[in-house]
Design a protein around this ligand. Structure first.
Ligand code: ZN
Length: 435
C-alpha cells in the first residue's frame, strides 16, 4: 500500500508554483525560505571564510545552497540535489510593441520546447526582471489577464483537427489592446506596476505566464495541475530537503565521522540546453563548492576528496504512461502518478543513472519508506534529457536522474500525482542527510 498524500506539503508546493512565474521569482522565493531557515546569502565577489551552517549564492535565475554541519572536515563529501528553475514559455522581444489589422500586440520569442497549442486561449500575465539605468535590478510581476494568443475559429480552419501547425513567428503573438502599436506602451505599464520610471528601464528579461492558479483534480483530488510542474516540483523538493537536512545537523552529530554536506544546485536555462553562465554547463557549481571547501581551510586535496565521494540526484520531471498513447512508452516500465519518484535510465547517457546511483536512491527511498518506480524509453522513441549527464560529466560525480512522473510535460498546464512531490522530498532528504 502506498503512503497517503501529505496535504500540507501539497499546499506549500501550490504556493511555490504560483509564486515562481519566472526563474528570478523561483530563486527569490527559494532564497526567502532558506533565509527563514537560518541560511546566509554570500556575495560571489566577497571573501568567504570559515563558514559552518547554511549558505547560498544567487546568480540571475540560479541558486546554489549548502549546509556545513558543525565538526564536518573540509573533505566531507557533497550530497547534491540538482534541479532547474526555468520552464518553456513565451518571452518578450527587445522591441515589444507591435500590431496588425487594428490590434495591439506584444512581440514574443518562443523559449524552449513549447507545445504551442497549449498556450492558445489562455489568460496571460507577465513577470521577470528589470535592469535599471543605475545598474540595479528589480523583479516585476503582473498577475492579471493582460494578454491572449487567440485560436483561429474553426470556421476559418476546417482542417484544424487533422493537426494544428502554428508558425512560431506569425501566429503566436499575443493581443492586448486595440489601435496602432505605440512604442514604449508595454514598458510604461510594467514600470507603473513596478514603481519605476519607464525611462529608467534599460534591460529586461520578461516572460508570460498563465494566470490560472495551480490546483487539484480528480475523483479523490489525487492529481496536481499547474504550469511549471517541470521543474518547480523538484526545486521545491530540493529546498525542503536541504532545510530538513540542516535541521537534522543542528540536532545531531556524526559520531562515526560520516558527515555529509548537503547541497542544492538550482540552475537556469535547462530547457535550452544549459549552456549559459547560470546553466548546468557553467562552472558555477564547481566554483562555489570548491570555494566552500577553501573557506573552511581545505586545500586542493580536500576538495578532490569531497568531490570523489560525492553523489548527485538530478531531479526533473519524468513521463508517466499516457493512457491514450501507451504504445509510445516502454511496454514493461509504466510509471504512474502516486507510485513515487521515478529513477530514469538511458544507457546512451541521456540520463546519467547507473546501477550504483540507482542503488543509492533506492536505499534512500527504502529508509524514507516511500515507493519508487523505474523509467526507460521505448527504443523507437527519442529520449529526453536533463542536467544529470551534464553535471556528471562536469564534476565526475556519481549521478542518478530521478523525478516525479507526470503527463503533458512542457504544456502550459501539466499534471502530476499529488502524493509524489512529498515522496520525492522525503527520499531526497534521506539521500542528502545520510546517503
Ligand atoms: Zn525539466
Amino acid at each position: 500500500m502506498t503512503p497517503p498524500i501529505d496535504r500540507s506539503h501539497t499546499e506549500d508546493l501550490l504556493a511555490f508554483l504560483r509564486d515562481g512565474s519566472s526563474p528570478y521569482h523561483v530563486v527569490a522565493e527559494a532564497a526567502r525560505r532558506l533565509e527563514k531557515a537560518g541560511f546566509t546569502e554570500l556575495g560571489a565577489s566577497a571573501r568567504w571564510t570559515g563558514r559552518t551552517g547554511g549558505s547560498f549564492v544567487v546568480r540571475g535565475g540560479a541558486l546554489i545552497a549548502w549546509y556545513v554541519p558543525e565538526g564536518a572536515p573540509p573533505h566531507a563529501p557533497f550530497r547534491i540535489v540538482g534541479a532547474h528553475t526555468d520552464s518553456p514559455n513565451l518571452r518578450v522581444k527587445p522591441t515589444p510593441d507591435i500590431g496588425r489589422a487594428g490590434w495591439r500586440q506584444i512581440a514574443v520569442e518562443v523559449y524552449g520546447g513549447v507545445p504551442l497549442n497549449t498556450w492558445l486561449d489562455r489568460d496571460l500575465g507577465i513577470s521577470g526582471r528589470l535592469t535599471l539605468r543605475d545598474g540595479g535590478t528589480t523583479l516585476v510581476k503582473i498577475d492579471e489577464a493582460l494578454f491572449r494568443v487567440p485560436q483561429l475559429a474553426i470556421h476559418l480552419d476546417r482542417s484544424v483537427n487533422e493537426g494544428l501547425a502554428l508558425d512560431p513567428q506569425r501566429q503566436t503573438q499575443p493581443i492586448w489592446s486595440l489601435g496602432r502599436p505605440e512604442q514604449g506602451a508595454l514598458l510604461r505599464r510594467i514600470g507603473e506596476h513596478a514603481g519605476v520610471e519607464p525611462e529608467g528601464i534599460i534591460g529586461w528579461d520578461l516572460m508570460l505566464h498563465d494566470i490560472q492558479p495551480p490546483g487539484l483534480l480528480g475523483a479523490d483530488r489525487e492529481f496536481l495541475v499547474s504550469a511549471r510542474l517541470d521543474n518547480l516540483i523538484s526545486v521545491h523538493a530540493g529546498v525542503t530537503a536541504l532545510t530538513a537536512a540542516a535541521d537534522h545537523w543542528t540536532r545531531n552529530t556524526a559520531p562515526d565521522g560520516r558527515f555529509r554536506v548537503p547541497v542544492l544546485a538550482a540552475f537556469d536555462h535547462e530547457e535550452v540546453g544549459s549552456g549559459s553562465e547560470t546553466g548546468a554547463q557553467s562552472p558555477l557549481l564547481e566554483r562555489v563548492l570548491s570555494r566552500s571547501v577553501a573557506a573552511r581551510g581545505g586545500d586542493g586535496e580536500d576538495c578532490a576528496r569531497a568531490f570523489a565521494g560525492a553523489l548527485c540526484a538530478s531531479a526533473d520531471m519524468a513521463h508517466a504512461v499516457h493512457p491514450n498513447f501507451s504504445e509510445r512508452h516502454d511496454p514493461d516500465n509504466h510509471p504512474l502518478p502516486g507510485g513515487g519518484p521515478v529513477v530514469k535510465v538511458n544507457v546512451n547517457q541521456h540520463y546519467a543513472t547507473d546501477g550504483t546511483g540507482l542503488a543509492a536512491f533506492a536505499a534512500a527511498c527504502e529508509r524514507a519508506e516511500v515507493p519508487w518506480q523505474r523509467f526507460v524509453s521505448n527504443n523507437a522513441m527519442p529520449c529526453g534529457t536533463s542536467i544529470g549527464p551534464i553535471t556528471a560529466a562536469r564534476l565526475g560525480v556519481t549521478t542518478v536522474d530521478v523525478g516525479v512522473p507526470g503527463l503533458s510535460m512542457h504544456s502550459a498546464r501539466e499534471l502530476a500525482g499529488a502524493a509524489d512531490p512529498g515522496h520525492l522530498t522525503r527520499a531526497l532528504t534521506e539521500l542528502v542527510t545520510t546517503g
